[in-house]
Design a protein around this ligand. Structure first.
Ligand code: HEC
Ligand code: HEC
Length: 417
């Protein structure tokens, strides 16, 4: 029987330990780098002392005032703290998904796409399906540091595919301009599923139940690889959120958020400066920024967007990820090396400033960290409030029964989630 390979691809306990060590080293490095003066790529951020903590009573008063403000119309909210020139959009409820004219939605197409998404027989090994790395029960990510099925090169963290319908550039480096192009690559990339087009078409043609699903989805169309891609894209566009506690609050349930979460919401929009990049209903600007995580000139170097555009300003830039469901998609960043506490601590310090190594001293193209990152001076309460707010973006769990795969008996993927 064909089953998905459930072994973790690279998240052994050793790699977890490694991540822990890396995190500790990085936090230590921030302390050094933030305070140091020479060799940093830009004038090093001066340390900002944390603002004083507040008493429970003062926090309760502030939360009640903010609750009154944020339960009102977004137009009446205080302006977010964003730098001049940032074209920001307010955070809020997700709009309706717009399916492209070239790939309109139908229930039959979604049904075929969902089945294909779960089917490991599309891969050359017969062991890897989309769902192996984008699991509904893991926020449609995979819980691993990086997904590197073949152990080649620096791998990247698998992002969630929920709310992918609202992005316009796909992958961490934005190398795919449409979801259809993204899926074609995910399917055929030798480092991923390594699918063979003829084999995939053969699979659908050979199995009567698959042929039936296909013919219902694409009446009168011959079975072809492009149709497979369209069906999967169509299915992915139906994987959307909108039922989080944050959404309930936005719909008018003022009690949906606790005091600390309301304080966190205000911090997110203002003092923590997150809205410079994580804005709009999906909490992503769809743009590319350098957070200082490129490992430039070191082992595991990943120059992100530069690998696509070859424009030096893009060195180290990665697309801003959504923050919806963030509590389910740990570990974080394209490197998959951080937990949420570490991420927030790094933002509070103004992020890592990569130090030039001696041989990089005169490198005109040394990656430049985003100017929108600045030391924030938040205290421990603030960081906890911010984390509490981010947790309100989580969709309530909704089990997704794996579809029955044509030509196989019983569901092929384990049902523990
Ligand atoms: C071996 C694990 C693995 C498999 C299998 C896999 N993916 Fe991914 N997926 C990833 C990783 C890692 C990335 C990020 C890669 C990058 O940005 O370079 C990604 C990125 C994506 C993205 C872009 C997300 C974004 O925010 O831009 C989508 C959409 C996606 N995958 C869908 C799929 C589909 C559909 C399939 C099946 C055809 C699939 N994936 C199979 C690991 C996997
Ligand atoms: C300059 C733009 C920018 C600002 C400001 C910013 N972010 Fe980010 N954020 C990004 C980018 C880009 C990434 C991905 C970076 C990478 O992987 O190299 C990211 C990643 C993250 C992640 C990890 C997401 C994942 O799926 O791996 C979290 C959590 C996060 N940001 C939260 C925040 C919070 C909270 C704030 C405010 C304190 C903030 N960000 C401010 C651009 C920004």
């Amino acid at each position: 029987m064909l089953v998905n390979d459930r072994r973790p691809l690279s998240s052994t306990s050793a790699s977890r330990e490694y991540r822990g060590t890396v995190l500790a080293l990085l936090v230590a490095a921030i302390a050094v780098v933030v305070g140091s003066t020479c060799e940093a790529q830009q004038s090093p951020a001066s340390k900002k002392p944390p603002r004083p903590e507040r008493t429970a009573a003062t926090r309760a008063v502030a939360a009640s005032r903010l609750r009154d403000i944020y339960r009102g119309a977004p137009q009446s909210w205080p302006p977010p703290h964003v730098d001049p020139g940032i074209e920001w959009h307010e955070i809020g409820l997700l709009p309706e998904v717009i399916h492209p004219e070239s790939n309109p939605v139908s229930m039959e197409k979604v049904a075929l796409g969902r089945t294909l998404f779960f089917d490991a027989r599309l891969s050359s090994s017969g062991k890897l399906a989309c769902v192996s790395c984008h699991e509904p029960g893991l926020g449609w990510a995979d819980g691993r540091g990086v997904s590197e099925p073949r152990g080649k090169g620096p791998g990247r963290n698998a992002p969630t595919i929920r709310n992918i319908a609202f992005q316009s550039a796909f992958f961490w480096d934005g190398r795919a301009a449409s979801l259809e192009a993204q899926i074609e690559e995910a399917l055929t990339n030798p480092a991923e599923m390594d699918a063979n087009r003829e084999q995939v078409v053969g699979l659908l043609a050979r199995i009567p139940d698959y042929r039936k699903l296909h013919d219902e989805a694409f009446p009168g169309r011959p079975i072809e690889f492009a149709a497979v891609v369209e069906a999967v894209a169509c299915f992915e566009r139906t994987v959307v959120g909108g039922r989080s506690r944050f959404d309930a609050f936005m719909k008018g349930d003022a009690a949906a958020l606790l005091d600390e979460e309301v304080l966190g919401l205000d911090l997110f929009r203002r003092e923590a400066r997150c809205m410079n990049c994580h804005h709009g209903p999906p909490f992503s600007d769809g743009r590319f920024h350098d957070l200082g995580l490129s490992h430039h000139g070191r082992k595991n170097e990943d120059l992100g967007r530069y690998r696509i555009t070859h424009d030096p300003v893009d060195k180290g830039r990665f697309r801003t990820p959504t923050l919806r469901d963030i509590t389910q998609t740990s570990p974080y960043m394209h490197t998959g090396m951080f937990e949420l506490g570490g991420v927030l601590a790094m933002y509070n310090a103004g992020m890592v400033t990569l130090k030039r190594q001696p041989f990089e001293r005169d490198d005109q193209e040394f990656p430049v960290k985003s100017p929108h990152l600045k030391p924030l001076g938040l205290n421990r309460q603030d960081l906890a409030d911010l984390a509490a707010f981010l947790a309100t973006l989580e969709e309530p769990p909704r089990g997704m029964r794996p579809p029955r795969l044509p030509g196989l008996e019983g569901p092929p993927v384990s049902e523990e989630r």
